[in-house]
Every structure is written in structure tokens, then in C-alpha cells.
Write a new protein. Structure first.
Lengths: 77, 335
């Protein structure tokens, strides 16, 4: 499983960093994202779910969030 | 120390606004949500309103935020335009004055003059004055102000009178969040990714956004108070969020069907995940959202056209509850 750390990054950079990593993955692959910027969690969920990925929230606290993103068949958008 | 004003803050423009539910919880916890019978408008409205005499209502509001662009003069213009917008949403455009709120990081005090110059220029252009202010050191730059204006009691607008059957209009296109987000990364390692996302150059999209964020809602307010049943302005909660507030205050439902957007911003929003396609993207210094009875829509549109004010019908008020965006479609707008 691939992992990417976007702690300390503010929008729109987390979405761009994750997008770059997802572009290198194949359908069925998974990417775990760790971040600390609350709007980024919502924005990542929104853009990934709308564009061919399944998203599971692994952790969501005041300090950190972790998302598991699974690439589906119709990725990339 | 960075020369990019936006790099001093982690949230930008109206997107630094605390969420709707958090604010409601805060007010309830502090007991600050009690009715205020001495006021015409109080907590929860765009601005406070107190009737002074039979001819005059005093409208007061406070709004400040973090940099949405790097140019301090433009930041000042946007901050002043945005701060006045809450007063305009109530129809109050006369006797406009602003007490400036400025926050600047230590070591960056030289930009204060440019921010203040931008605010002064914008307020002067709106027939207003800078009446004073307060400046502090703060890790994140802040600009805005406490705005006062007056309006005749008969012309005062609020959110609570929106009525089922009304048409809803918006007086600026949406998309300032993706536009300014793209400006912040156009020199970064993601420049190519962002640039390839849309056919329009990022500079053009950003320039459009700045133009709209510095377009006062003054004329729109003057027309709205003649024809509208209710009005508010679209800012950090986005079109859908502000429509939800309007629906709750008026105890109605709202169906959003069409949203004008700055050309190129839907593609950028899709990349950034800002939710513009659902009306959820935060707006900075957005347009007025105006609820107009069907009997007044023709006159309302004609008056706005005569004043050269952008307007677009975005939906209508229903006898339901909440906001429906399931049929919302975006209509690109370019200068």
C-alpha cells in the first residue's frame, strides 16, 4: 500500500500532491493519505469520490486525519 | 521572510470563516443567541440594525479576513468591498463609514500602508470614508473593518422575508476560491498540472476573480431594496451554504438550478475538490443573493440591466425545507 504525508500543506496543495500520486497507480491500488489541515480532508474526499476513487476515513481527530483511497476502474477522470 | 502575502496564512479570504454549525454552537453555548427586541436585525443576520427615528435605521457589521491575493493594495480593496457588502445586503448604502481592522505579522509592517491605501480607495469609490481603525501584530495578516451605514426603515432588507414562489438572483458569478487557489500555485511545481486543467490562462481567471471581488454590491443593493422580499450576500459558506441560511431564517425551501461561474473555475474546482459544482465552494466578496417576488422580477431585471449590474437567476424559493442542488448546472461567465 502506498502512503503520502501532506501534514503542513494547505489547500490546494494537498489535492495536487495526492492527485500526482494517484496518477501513478492502477485500478485496485490503494493510497493512504495523512494530513492535518481540516479543509483538505473534505476537499480530498470530495474530489476523489467524484473522480473514480473510493475513500475510507481511517482516522479523524483534531490533530490528524488519515484517508484510505482506493483507485477504481474509471480512474483517471 | 516571504514576499507572498498569502503564504503567511493557512486559510485565505472568506474560507477562513468558522463553519456555520460551529458558530451556532458558539452562540448557544455563550448565550448570545437570545432575541434582541431593541434591534430590527440582530445575531444571525448579515448585519445588525437599530431604528434611530422614523426616517433612519443604523446598520452595523464587522468583517475581516486573511489575504486572498498577494498584492497588498488589491487585498485592501477586496477586504473593504467585502466588509461593506454585509451592510449592502440589508439595503443600507448611505452614510457609509468603516473603522479599519488590520493585523500584520512582525517584519511585514511595510505592507500595512498598501493594504490601507487599497481599503481607502475602495471605500472612497463606494462614497464611504475610513473613520479610524485599529492595527495589531498578528501571525496571519488580517484586513477588514467595522462598517456602519444607514437606510430608511421601509427599505431595510433581511433574510427572513423570502417567500415561496420568489425567484432567486445572484449578482456576481461564483468561483473566487478555485481562481485564487490556482494563483497561489501557478509558480509552483504544480504549475503544469493546474495550467492544463483549463483552456483559459490562470492569470486571466485570477484577474476576473479580482475584478469581481472588487465590484461593490452598492447598485445591486439599491435595486434590491426596491423590488426584493429578502437578500443576503454570498461569502465563506458558498452559494449553497448561504442559501441554507436564507432558507432557515425564512422557514422556506430553496431549489438552486443555475449558477453563473467565472469561466475556467469549474475545472479548477474539480482538481482542488472545492465543490463549486454543488455550490459549496467558499466565495470571497461575493454577490448579493436576492429573493424577488414573481410580480417584481421583470422590473428587477430591467433596473439591474439599466444600472449595468451583472445578474443571473439561480433558482427559486419553495414551501419545503433546506436547499436542493440536485439539478444545479453551472453557466460559465467571462468578461
Amino acid at each position: 500500500m502506498e502512503e503520502v504525508d501532506v501534514v503542513g500543506e494547505v489547500c490546494p496543495r494537498p489535492a495536487l500532491i495526492v492527485r500526482r500520486r494517484l496518477d501513478d497507480l492502477d485500478p485496485g491500488d490503494e493510497l493512504v493519505v495523512t494530513g492535518d489541515f481540516p479543509p483538505a480532508k473534505e476537499n480530498l474526499q470530495r474530489t476523489c469520490e467524484k473522480h473514480g476513487c473510493d475513500v475510507q476515513v481511517l482516522d479523524d481527530t483534531d490533530e490528524r486525519f488519515r484517508l484510505q483511497i482506493r483507485v477504481l476502474e474509471d480512474w483517471p477522470p | 521572510m516571504s514576499d507572498q502575502l498569502t503564504e503567511y496564512a493557512e486559510l485565505h479570504g472568506c474560507s477562513c470563516k468558522v463553519g456555520q454549525r460551529e458558530v451556532e454552537d458558539l452562540l448557544a453555548t455563550a448565550g448570545a443567541d437570545e432575541p434582541t427586541p431593541e434591534l430590527l436585525l440582530g445575531v444571525g443576520e448579515d448585519a445588525a440594525a437599530r431604528q434611530l427615528d422614523g426616517e433612519t435605521v443604523l446598520v452595523q457589521t464587522l468583517d475581516y479576513f486573511t489575504p486572498v491575493v498577494d498584492d497588498p493594495f488589491e487585498f485592501g480593496r477586496i477586504a473593504a468591498c467585502n466588509a461593506a457588502s454585509d451592510a449592502f445586503a440589508t439595503g443600507a448604502t448611505a452614510n457609509l463609514s468603516c473603522l479599519v481592522v488590520l493585523g500584520v505579522p512582525q517584519g511585514l509592517t511595510d505592507v500595512s500602508a498598501s493594504i490601507l491605501s487599497g481599503m481607502t480607495a475602495m471605500l472612497t469609490g463606494m462614497d464611504g470614508v475610513v473613520a479610524g481603525g485599529h492595527t495589531i501584530h498578528n501571525p496571519w495578516p488580517l484586513a477588514g473593518g467595522a462598517v456602519t451605514a444607514t437606510v430608511h426603515p421601509d427599505d431595510l432588507l433581511s433574510m427572513s422575508e423570502a417567500t415561496p414562489g420568489d425567484n432567486l438572483y445572484l449578482t456576481k458569478p461564483l468561483g473566487t476560491q478555485p481562481a485564487t487557489g490556482a494563483l497561489r500555485v501557478q509558480e509552483s511545481e504544480f504549475a503544469e498540472t493546474v495550467g492544463n486543467q483549463t483552456d483559459r490562462p490562470i492569470d486571466h481567471i485570477g484577474a476576473d476573480a479580482i475584478e469581481w471581488m472588487t465590484t461593490p454590491n452598492t447598485k445591486a443593493a439599491v435595486v434590491a431594496r426596491e423590488h426584493a422580499s429578502a437578500a443576503t450576500d454570498v461569502t465563506g459558506f458558498g452559494l449553497a451554504g448561504q442559501a441554507r441560511t436564507l432558507a432557515e431564517r425564512a422557514n422556506v425551501g430553496i431549489e438552486l438550478t443555475d449558477a453563473p461561474v467565472i469561466e475556467g473555475t469549474p475545472e479548477l474546482s474539480a482538481l482542488f475538490g472545492y465543490g463549486l459544482e454543488d455550490g459549496e465552494s467558499a466565495e470571497t466578496s461575493g454577490g448579493l443573493l436576492v429573493s424577488v417576488p414573481t410580480s417584481e422580477t421583470t422590473a428587477f431585471e430591467e433596473s439591474l440591466r439599466a444600472e449595468g449590474v451583472f445578474h443571473s437567476r439561480v433558482g427559486h424559493v419553495t414551501d419545503g425545507t433546506g436547499v436542493d442542488t440536485t439539478t444545479l448546472s453551472l453557466e460559465p461567465v467571462s468578461d
